[in-house]
Design a protein around this ligand. Structure first.
Ligand SMILES: [Zn+2]
Length: 325
């Protein structure tokens, strides 16, 4: 493909050093309603690399800067953008889905979507870190407002957002319960600080939680699985509980008993991506080494298909990364 050109004065071209896969990339490959992809099309939302060309209004970035990318692109003019809530923008789009993505030698993005990072952070880790941490930060800190000593349940530990949520919740001082179908993933989650580990194939997760908490239940449930876990999430949720979701990997349609919703005074919270302030916050954590990321595997661009197969297998623990030469 030809090297992409700058289109706006605020555009910056980044020579990608590493890109990371997200479940979104599998959805794009499978086809999404309302999104028409014309081949050839670079996939990928996450990436980091080196600034290669800058427009006249590139916000102080210069060639050679080592940067990480926020893949959420907004119009910067609507009422939500003006409030600093870019993920609510009616014209919001994501690299790899609505705009050419990061699994490529070059990507062109607005300068406002870039932040410089120390060159001591390996490209594979920087690329893997951003979107899952940004997404988990908005869910845990901004939306669910997790507090110290609260009980938080996280489904599907091993997924990137779930692992980032675990780390952020532990940093806050919450007590974290994690669920997986794999004892090996649960063992690794315990090493990362999970307080309670639950194998959903060998136990009734909601029942065990109600027993172990003396019927009190969870303060917060983080459910990105959707159809397969929603009912269990609600059974596990305590009075005044908050359920926060940013995805539905098993399917979007779920059933909710409205009587239990109002009686228990639950909050059901949606969340997606992150705004500029949250982008700054997680990049600050990355720069300071206060949050990290688990990389499952690294593939070359030529082995990109194998990277997608690894993600589709569900066997991964952490992020699947594609390294550019
Ligand atoms: Zn907007």
């Amino acid at each position: 493909m030809p090297t992409p050109e700058l289109k706006q004065p605020g555009d910056v071209r980044v020579r990608i050093r590493a890109a990371a896969l997200n479940h979104l990339d599998l959805f794009v490959v499978g086809g999404l309603p309302g999104v028409t992809i014309t081949s050839p099309w670079p996939l990928g939302a996450d990436g980091c690399g080196v600034v290669d060309a800058v427009g006249a209004e590139a916000g102080g970035l210069i060639e050679g800067d080592y940067v990480t990318i926020n893949p959420g692109i907004s119009d910067r003019t609507c009422e939500y953008c003006r409030e600093g809530e870019q993920p609510l923008c009616p014209r919001f789009g994501i690299l790899g889905e609505h705009f050419p993505g990061t699994i490529a030698e070059y990507v062109v993005v607005p300068a406002v979507n870039l932040r410089t990072i120390p060159t001591t952070i390996e490209p594979e880790r920087a690329a893997a870190f951003l979107l899952v941490t940004l997404t988990a930060w908005r869910m845990v800190v901004t939306r669910a407002r997790v507090r110290p000593d609260e009980d938080v349940l996280i489904w599907g530990i091993g997924g990137g957002v779930a692992l980032a949520a675990l780390e952020i919740c532990k940093k806050i001082g919450a007590r974290v319960w994690v669920v997986s179908s794999s004892d090996e993933k649960l063992r690794r989650a315990r090493e990362l600080g999970a307080d309670e580990v639950l194998n959903r194939t060998t136990m009734d997760v909601a029942r065990v939680i109600r027993e172990r908490t003396k019927k009190r239940g969870m303060d917060v449930v983080i459910d990105n699985v959707g159809r397969d876990t929603w009912s269990q999430s609600l059974l596990a949720l305590g009075r005044r509980g908050r359920l926060v979701t940013c995805g539905a990997t098993s399917g979007p349609m779920v059933e909710t008993d409205v009587r239990r919703l109002f009686w228990n005074q639950w909050s059901i919270l949606g969340s997606t991506m992150g705004n500029d302030a949250e982008f700054d916050a997680v990049v600050g954590e990355l720069r300071a080494g206060r949050l990290s990321v688990t990389v499952d595997s690294v593939f070359s661009l030529a082995d990109g298909r194998a990277a997608f197969e690894r993600l589709a297998s569900g066997q991964q623990f952490g992020k699947v990364v594609v390294r550019l030469s």
